[in-house]
Design a protein around this ligand. Structure first.
Ligand SMILES: Cc1cc2nc3c(=O)[nH]c(=O)nc-3n(C[C@H](O)[C@H](O)[C@H](O)COP(=O)(O)OP(=O)(O)OC[C@H]3O[C@@H](n4cnc5c(N)ncnc54)[C@H](O)[C@@H]3O)c2cc1C
Length: 318
């Protein structure tokens, strides 16, 4: 099989979406698979009861690099992103996954598909679920670009006896997130509060409903700080939600709590990155992009995806 075949991208977060868009626009056939219900990855919106919605992952993004800034400007002009939460901060609209959805428009995307194994097929690769079921109709791919958090990428690489040097060095802080709906006045004036004290229970408390395109009601998203999240990491979500509600009530007035649930992000924010824009092994066609490469930001994940696409484009014509 030649090197000009279809390219598989594992992960439809912002890194996978950026890589897919660039490769698709350059004329390559691209298939994107994601184990989640929809694209966006950690740029996510969770539905609760009674139509409640919470941006329970990334809260906003900034744009410093001109390539990402141009993208954000375009999203803003088209209503896919909007300013929120302070100078130079934007959010997806009507939810955080909107930018990834936009990048993936017109691209072959399969959600609810967890890649469990990479199997050699000539000089390319086939993708399988963990139980060996073929994915993507058994298609062979010239290249497989991993854009999942590094531990999940490492597991796939180990399963086929491959390695991408540097990937094992990436470290993430976990995060327990509280999603809460309440009746009564807003708990504070400003859209969000940040606390940089590592001993604090919460690193971030947002009035989620103040984001553009969201229902205005009393919804709060609160991220527990890394130390608290680590100390409570293996506890059940219900018990954690209870503890976080009590901790939040001790800080701000919440009135009547109508709904509370907790979500565990095992790999939330990168604490140690590879330090290069992407990883790519031309001899195997395997590559890696994501925030694990450049650091804990939506923008860095986007730029990493773009860098990996450029590496592939530098290797082959469509
Ligand atoms: C709680 C929290 C708060 C944050 N706050 C901010 C913030 O305010 N600002 C900011 O800039 N950044 C923030 N971040 C970080 C930001 O969300 C990430 O840096 C960025 O979204 C990472 O994008 P990515 O594409 O690299 O990875 P992801 O978004 O994680 O995408 C990876 C995708 O791979 C999929 N996947 C994994 N394994 C498999 C498999 N085996 N098969 C198929 N699919 C698979 C996953 O389902 C996922 O969709 C936050 C993150 C969290 C969790």
């Amino acid at each position: 099989m030649g090197r000009d075949g279809t390219i598989a991208i594992i992960g439809a977060g912002i890194a996978g979406a950026a890589a897919a868009r660039r490769l698709h626009d350059a004329g390559h056939r691209v298939v994107v698979l994601d184990k989640g219900r929809g694209p966006g990855g950690r740029m996510a919106t969770r539905r609760g009861p009674d139509g409640l919605r919470f941006d329970h992952g990334a809260q906003f993004f900034t744009a410093r690099d001109p390539r990402f800034a141009a993208c954000v400007e375009d999203w803003t002009a088209r209503g896919i992103a909007a300013p929120w939460g302070g100078p130079h901060r934007s959010v997806g609209a009507p939810g955080m996954s909107a930018p990834a959805r936009d990048l993936l428009a017109g691209i072959d995307l399969s959600c609810g598909r967890a890649v469990g194994r990479l199997a050699r097929a000539g000089d390319g690769w086939r993708l399988e679920e963990a139980d060996g079921t073929a994915l993507a109709h058994g298609a062979a791919f010239s290249r497989v670009l991993l854009t999942c958090p590094s531990p999940q990428g490492l597991a796939l690489l180990a399963g086929c006896g491959q390695d991408l040097p540097g990937l094992a060095d990436v470290r993430y802080a976990p995060c327990w997130t509280l999603m809460l709906a309440h009746d009564g006045p807003p708990p504070f004036e400003e859209p969000a509060r940040q606390d940089d004290d590592p001993a604090a229970v919460f690193a971030w408390i947002a009035r989620d409903g103040t984001k553009p395109g969201r229902e205005g009601g009393g919804t709060v998203v609160a991220h527990a700080a890394p130390a608290w999240s680590r100390a409570n990491l293996e506890d059940g979500a219900d018990a954690v939600a209870e503890r976080l509600v009590a901790a939040l009530q001790a800080i701000v007035p919440l009135g009547t709590v109508r709904h509370a649930a907790a979500h565990r992000w095992r790999y939330a924010q990168v604490e140690r990155a590879v330090g290069t824009p992407c990883l790519f092994a031309p001899e195997t066609g395997l590559g890696y992009a994501g925030d694990g490469c450049l650091g804990p930001r939506v923008e860095f994940a986007y730029l990493s995806g773009l860098a990996l696409a450029e590496r592939v484009l530098g290797q082959a014509e469509p």
